[in-house]
Design a protein around this ligand. Structure first.
Ligand code: A3P
Length: 289
């Protein structure tokens, strides 16, 4: 497992996606104040929000979401994950028109300083840790370039430490919690979006200052249902469609966690993040007990 990862500033990353050289180059990346950033720990629903944001950007440019003319051009397709790719990509990104859309799994202290200096708007997505661990486990099994685990117990053990690609979930949430008061950051949970997609999309559009007609809202909401995204996934994600769009629900952790694991996670949650802003927003009692 370990040879698929390298460590940068104490956090493991998959060698097939990131490199120390790119991380070095990323430090001097110049963000623009009108960049659009989606941040989230892996398996929190990043691909879901990525589609919602891409559609909202299309609306802001007077294009119809999903139509040919709104499809991201190749340049944009190359860049969604800020920390993934070759060293020269940051140079190529300087030539892209605004608004540039980026996704990142990085913790705030490892993002380029210019993002905060230029007050770039960040949509921060969080999901309850039990479902994240469950989703991550199934994902790791399906993707050869990720460290894989023969069994859930081994995965759970590592999930509770700093060994996961992109680091420890609990540290991620507690670090980002220090930033949520900033006016350029909006936090949303997977669960609240699942409960009311229309309200979530409306709030996200308002945060980015994108006016929406009822019709446009309905289109973005319809296109972002799990069923619709899964159906479309052979076009958007090719052969990886089934890995990225698995169950798309809340509480699947109940099918995996043992009583002991459940208690362990409750304890770590209580000790490390229950008192943080994001910890409270997660409504742990509702979705994890
Ligand atoms: P599950 O494995 O629990 O099904 P990411 O995109 O960050 O890798 O997250 C993947 C998780 O988001 C998967 O969770 C996936 O099914 C879920 N997901 C993707 N699209 C979704 C949608 N439209 N609605 C709800 N969940 C979605």
């Amino acid at each position: 497992r370990d040879e698929l990862l390298f460590s940068y500033k104490g956090i493991p990353y998959p060698i097939t996606f990131c490199s120390p050289e790119s991380f070095k180059a990323l430090e001097s990346f110049e963000a623009r104040s009108d960049d659009v950033i989606l941040a989230g720990y892996p398996k929190s629903g990043t691909n879901w929000l990525r589609q919602i944001l891409t559609d909202l950007i299309a609306v802001s440019q007077k294009k119809t979401p999903g139509s040919e003319s709104s499809a991201s051009d190749e340049d944009l397709e190359e860049f969604p994950y800020l920390e993934v790719g070759d060293v020269e990509k940051y140079e190529r990104m300087t030539k892209l028109p605004s608004p540039r859309f980026m996704v990142t799994h990085l913790r705030p202290e490892n993002l380029p300083k210019s993002i905060f200096k230029n007050k770039v708007k960040i949509l921060l997505l969080i999901r309850n840790p039990k479902d994240v661990a469950t989703s991550f486990y199934h994902f790791s099994k399906g993707l050869a370039s990720f460290p894989s685990y023969d069994n859930w117990d081994d995965f759970f053990r590592d999930f509770m430490t700093k060994k996961m690609p992109w680091g420890c979930y609990f540290e991620y949430v507690s670090e980002w919690s220090k930033y949520t008061d900033k006016e350029n950051i909006m936090a949303i949970t997977y669960e609240e979006l699942k409960e009311n997609r229309a309200l979530g999309v409306k709030n996200i559009a308002a945060f980015f200052g994108i006016p929406l007609t009822e019709e446009e809202l309905q289109l973005v909401v319809d296109r972002s249902s799990f069923q619709s995204m899964k159906k479309n996934s052979d076009k958007t994600h090719g052969t990886f469609g089934n890995i990225f769009f698995r169950k798309g629900g809340v509480s699947d952790w109940k099918n995996l966690f043992t009583e002991d694991q459940n208690e362990k996670m409750d304890k770590v949650f209580e000790e490390q993040i229950a008192g943080t802003k994001l910890g409270k927003k997660l409504k742990y009692d509702l979705y994890c007990k």
